[in-house]
Design a protein around this ligand. Structure first.
Ligand SMILES: NC(=O)c1ccc[n+]([C@@H]2O[C@H](COP(=O)([O-])OP(=O)(O)OC[C@H]3O[C@@H](n4cnc5c(N)ncnc54)[C@H](OP(=O)(O)O)[C@@H]3O)[C@@H](O)[C@H]2O)c1
Length: 319
């Protein structure tokens, strides 16, 4: 089968399209014919091999040579202990921890997968798992989303933000999105009430206060974020610079104690809310924003677009 492979850490240039052996499932796995896969920030961490990702995937060179976690496809074969799925089922999910999704076939345990609604395309399904789970868990589980709040999403034009706006609007919330000039038109078109161009305006200095901030970048200090929060406001980060995330963990409890502003961090629970996503999709309340889809042969362009953060929504590759 064909797969996008890397044998050393580096930039997108180390990725190669190669013929590799097709995997076969063990008793607790299913084999999936992958139809679509989306790119996540974590794929890039593993590709470039920063310290934490080298601990996960090999200090000197990558142990797992095929990345890709968010897949959608059709089950080709099932191991003998599989009870939830059968051959032919259309499924999707986040395979983080084992990866292997940038390939024509991949094996996965059944707990990583959900049935794909028939009306959802493989491309739409592949866009959902990681980004939508971060949005749900950031806004609802940690952010205590409720009607009447004023929400700001920082880094709003990518995966998490484009799901986040759709979830927030189910609660009738006023939402502001912060991102680059090039993404503001798309953001308005999917429902953001206000957009802020971070190249021109610093939302932490505008004097506006928000009840909830969902952050995908964590590019400001915790004190800046606290300043932009209303009394009892909640700041939730899903990711960004490791140094700032550690500071958020350290300073969060102090900031909460001193001025009643709550600083929280999402630890992703993979695939937890796929059932909820299916419900929303089938009710016509959720539509993934897709950049692409790119064909497998165009994978270098797909990775370049993601690397340069030119993408709007989720970058999807069809296999
Ligand atoms: N918590 C966990 O367990 C967990 C698990 C997996 C992933 N993550 C993290 O979750 C995040 C995923 O977010 P995502 O999928 O939405 O990422 P994304 O698609 O890359 O979107 C981020 C957006 O932020 C924009 N941006 C860049 N610099 C900015 C700035 N200074 N101010 C405002 N916006 C800025 C980017 O656009 P431009 O660059 O064009 O400006 C991009 O549109 C990543 O940080 C990832 O590491 C967390």
């Amino acid at each position: 089968m064909k797969a996008i492979v890397y044998t050393k850490y580096g930039g997108t240039e180390v990725l190669q399209l190669k013929e590799v052996e097709k995997p076969s499932p063990n008793d607790d796995q299913v084999l999936i014919k992958v139809h679509a896969v989306s790119i996540n920030d974590w794929d890039f961490g593993l590709l470039q091999g920063d310290f934490i990702n080298r601990i996960l995937n090999g200090l000197r060179k990558p142990k797992r040579q095929i990345l890709g976690s968010d897949i959608a496809g059709r089950i080709e074969a099932v191991g003998k202990n599989i009870s939830k799925f059968k051959t032919g089922d259309e499924v999707y999910g986040d395979l983080s921890g084992q990866w292997g999704g940038f390939a024509e076939s991949v094996c996965a345990p059944e707990k990583s997968l959900a049935l794909k609604p028939a009306t959802m395309s493989f491309e739409e399904a592949a866009a959902i798992p990681q980004a939508a789970m971060l949005a749900v868990q950031g806004l609802i589980d940690k952010g205590e989303l409720h009607t009447g709040q004023k929400l700001l999403i920082n880094g709003a034009g990518g995966g998490v933000g484009t799901f986040g706006i759709q979830i927030a609007k189910l609660y009738g919330i006023e939402v502001t999105g912060v991102d680059h000039t090039s993404k503001l038109g798309m953001m308005r078109s999917i429902g953001f009430d206000h957009v802020i161009d971070y190249t021109k305006e610093d939302f932490t200095k505008s004097g506006q206060r928000y009840d909830l901030i969902l952050d995908t970048k964590t590019n400001r200090s915790m004190f800046d974020y606290a300043r932009a929060l209303s009394f009892n406001g909640i700041y939730v980060t899903v990711g960004g610079s490791m140094g700032r995330l550690l500071l958020a963990l350290l300073l969060g409890p102090w900031i909460s104690m001193i001025n009643k502003k709550h600083m929280r961090l999402v630890a992703l629970k993979t695939n937890k809310d796929l059932g909820y996503m299916n419900e929303l999709f089938e009710a016509g309340k959720l539509k993934p924003v897709i950049d692409g889809p790119y064909k497998l042969e165009e994978f270098h362009e797909a990775f370049r677009v993601f690397d340069k953060a030119e993408h709007k929504g989720k970058v999807v590759i069809t296999m």
